[in-house]
Ligand binder design. Structure first.
Ligand code: T1G
Length: 697
């Protein structure tokens, strides 16, 4: 018997305790331990078996690290069938998060009890697969078809009370899983409770599966697993037998296991957990942060203050005058009202935050006791320098001075203070209290414990924090500028902005680049182009159709017209006919003969531009690892999670094919399509971005 499962006899009960930290994943040792435990209990003539998990949780699922490797016996489906077929009653006591294969083991048990704090679910769709050990066959039998479909296609973690109401568990009790499990099992033995295999329960009621399939597929925006799960639950209702249903589930499961989307989503799962773990910070302790300062109460400043307040930090917000302070407070109040509405905070918390935790001031002296300040003022270097000089004067020694700039040079900002080692970039994304991404921008002199504090703050604000070096646009905006340019060039050369938006939403983005530009405001890009114009390399192609829109006062959603025309109360916009005129004029002025772009070509150029710039960002060390870039695009730029990120996508395509296309495009525009040296080196050495991730561990 392996250590992963400890066998113990307590009277008539054989107790199988899982000991596989951190989450009792159902790896091979656990599976073998469970099988041996069931067989031993039968052989010893025990009256019942109790299964529970030591540590923080019952089984949190199959061991994801085993995916893609040859499956070792017993597999989970066979183990679940064996547990269910046991000659004696099997009881599972759930605590923590009983997820995926974990809930499937519980459903193959005859009775289930849980602590009130327990959560359970079948979240496999988030990994690009479906439950593969009978979950799609057993859950509908206990909870009904609709309830099971909702849990499986959303992958939601359901609380014990709701699970009880749905019939997923039989009992809820306070205590620890071992004692609660033992008491319940004794009670069942005293009542001579029968074995109660779920597989013997009647097949669940069928519903209109085709309609449900289409609805779930549309909701997935290209992700397949939730829709495929509908077909598996359909088998539970329509298959001639339970085992035939399990067989159909397995076929669908194995198909998804081989899919690119499974690879993309598993990559996202582990990268999301790895991205904030930097080897150089292992032994570095962050500074304490209890009180925060925010400079500027505009949309970004108010969002940052809201995120901090919701995380339990006290906030001092500085604005230039009383009127601006009042406006800042109203913005924060609006954000908090949204959190109140979503049940994230209670009314009393709402009141306490606004009346006690949040302080507004116009004098920097009010910052004398804060531990960390984030500046979120107008994107102008002179203004930033003045603010940091004032912070240097008023903030206490050891206070961290952070800038929320989205592209200015943090080294130059730090130079405006006498303590550059305490200066760092903390680049939030709008709305800052909602968007998960935080770029932690490390300047040349930023001290390691200041970096560690940036990451600790990110964790406290429930952000996905990614380390970035200093360059124009850091990781995200720099890469975005590149794929945005590729889109503009395709339009100048004949593609329609609406075709490009359609292709990218078909790829899985919620919005295409031109709709996003309208949402963000075309005036922002216009200002950036004007700022860059004096130093523009003469070899760089320039498009003017966007400037023409702005010169006409069309800035997108905020003015009701941009690339699209927006009508009050209507979702989305309709193509703005004027755009075509501006494009034709731009083509005429630049002597461009428009050409037809196939949708595949549009996607390829867009993604090649993204991957090429991303490879430069990694090659220059701005991003430490390819997975850092992937997480930035996932959590800050709406990149479809099921592809795993642009560099995971590039691996799935084959970096050599990407380089081949970039070299082909370079024949048209050698300046824009300069291949990334890292990409050329990787292809020459036959390495992938995943190889680079592994080497960076
Ligand atoms: N396998 C392997 N490692 C896992 C794991 C798993 N299932 N779950 C978590 N870990 C690792 C994780 O990488 C991290 O490692 C550490 O545990 C703590 O996790 C047939 C095939 C359980 C809610 O999808 O959702 O069953 O970074 O940082 O925030 O149908 O982890 O410390 O080295 O996330 O408290 C279905 C996935 C699998 C659940 C805990 N199960 N896990 O969250 O901690 S597919 C899941 C989670 C399946 C069957 C199929 C969360 C959590 P490290 P953490 P947390």
């Amino acid at each position: 018997m392996t250590e992963a499962i400890v066998y113990e006899r307590i009277g008539d009960i054989a107790v199988l305790a899982a000991q596989n930290p951190p989450v009792n994943a159902l790896g091979i040792d656990v599976r073998r331990g469970l099988l041996a435990g069931i067989e031993r209990a039968e052989k010893e003539g025990a009256g019942a078996v109790l299964i529970y998990g030591e540590g923080r949780t019952y089984f949190a699922g199959a061991d994801i690290r085993e995916f893609g490797k040859p499956m070792e016996e017993p597999g989970l489906p066979d183990l679940c069938n064996r547990i269910e077929a046991a000659k004696l009653i099997v009881v599972s006591a759930l605590h923590g998060t009983a997820l995926g294969g974990g809930l499937e083991v519980a459903l193959s048990s005859h009775y289930r009890i849980a602590l009130p704090s327990a959560k359970m679910g079948l979240p496999e769709v988030h990994l690009g697969i479906i439950p593969g050990a009978g979950g799609t066959q057993r859950l509908p039998r206990v909870a009904g078809t609709e309830a099971a479909l909702e849990m499986i296609t959303t992958g939601r973690h359901v609380a014990a009370a709701e699970a009880f109401d749905k019939g997923v568990i039989d009992r809820i009790a306070e205590g620890n899983p071992r004692e609660v499990g033992l008491a319940y099992t004794r009670e069942l033995l005293e009542q001579n409770a029968p074995r109660r295999p779920v597989c013997d329960m009647p097949a669940p009621e069928p519903i209109d599966f085709d309609a449900t399939y289409e609805r779930v597929l549309a909701r997935g925006r290209g992700q397949l697993s939730p829709a495929i799960a509908v077909r598996a639950v359909q088998a539970a209702c329509e298959a001639p037998s339970f085992l035939d249903g399990v067989r159909q589930e397995r076929e669908l499961f194995m198909k998804l296991m081989e899919s690119d989307q499974r690879q993309g989503l598993i990559h996202a799962f582990f990268s999301e957990r790895a991205v904030s773990k930097l080897p150089e910070l292992v032994d570095v302790s962050p500074r304490d942060v209890a009180a925060m300062g925010v400079i500027g109460g505009g949309t970004m400043g108010a969002g940052i203050a809201t995120a901090a307040l919701l995380a339990g930090l006290s906030v001092v917000l500085i604005e230039r005058d009383e009127a601006a302070s009042v406006a800042a407070r109203e913005r924060i109040e609006g954000n908090l009202r949204g959190a109140l509405k979503r049940g994230k905070i209670s009314q009393s918390q709402f009141d306490a935050i606004l009346n006690e935790t949040l302080k507004l001031a116009t004098d920097y002296a009010a910052l004398s006791q804060v531990d960390l300040v984030v500046e979120a003022v107008f994107e102008d270097m002179d203004v930033k320098r003045d603010v940091f000089a004032a912070l240097d004067e008023h903030c206490k020694p050891g206070a961290i001075l952070a800038s929320n700039t989205s592209y200015l040079d943090i080294n130059d900002i730090a130079a405006a203070t006498s303590r550059p080692s305490d200066v760092i970039g903390l680049h939030f994304f709008s709305p800052a209290h909602v968007m998960k991404l935080l770029e932690v921008v490390v300047a040349d002199q930023t001290a390691p414990d200041v970096v560690a504090t940036g990451f600790a703050l990110g964790k406290r604000l429930k952000k996905t924090s990614v380390r970035s070096g200093v360059c124009d646009g850091f990781i995200g905006n720099r890469i975005m500028n590149s794929y945005r340019k590729a889109a503009d060039y395709m339009v100048l050369d004949g593609a329609s902005p609406y075709q490009i938006d359609k292709v990218m939403t078909g790829f899985g983005f919620a919005m295409g680049p031109f709709a996003v530009a309208d949402l963000a405001g075309l005036d922002i890009g216009w200002a950036a182009r004007k700022r860059r114009a004096p130093t523009l390399d003469p070899r760089e192609r320039v498009v003017h159709f966007s400037d023409m829109l702005c010169e006409g006062g069309d800035f997108g959603q905020k003015t009701g017209r941009g690339f699209y025309v927006y009508e009050e109360g209507k979702r989305g916009g309709t193509p703005n006919p004027q755009v075509a005129e501006y494009i034709e004029r731009d083509q005429r002025d630049q002597g461009v003969t428009p050409q037809i772009f196939a949708n595949d070509e549009v996607l390829r150029r867009y993604m090649c531009a993204m991957v090429n710039e991303a490879a430069k960002v990694v090659g220059e060390g701005i991003a430490r690892r390819p997975l850092d870039v992937d997480m930035v695009l996932l959590f800050g730029y709406g990149f479809p999670r099921f592809w795993g990120g642009p560099l995971k996508w590039a691996d799935l395509q084959g970096p050599d094919s990407i380089l081949k296309d970039i070299r082909r495009y370079a024949k048209e525009d050698a300046f824009f399509w300069q291949p990334a040296p890292l990409l050329e080196q990787m292809v020459a050495e036959g390495r992938s971005f995943d190889d680079l991730n592994k080497e960076a561990r």
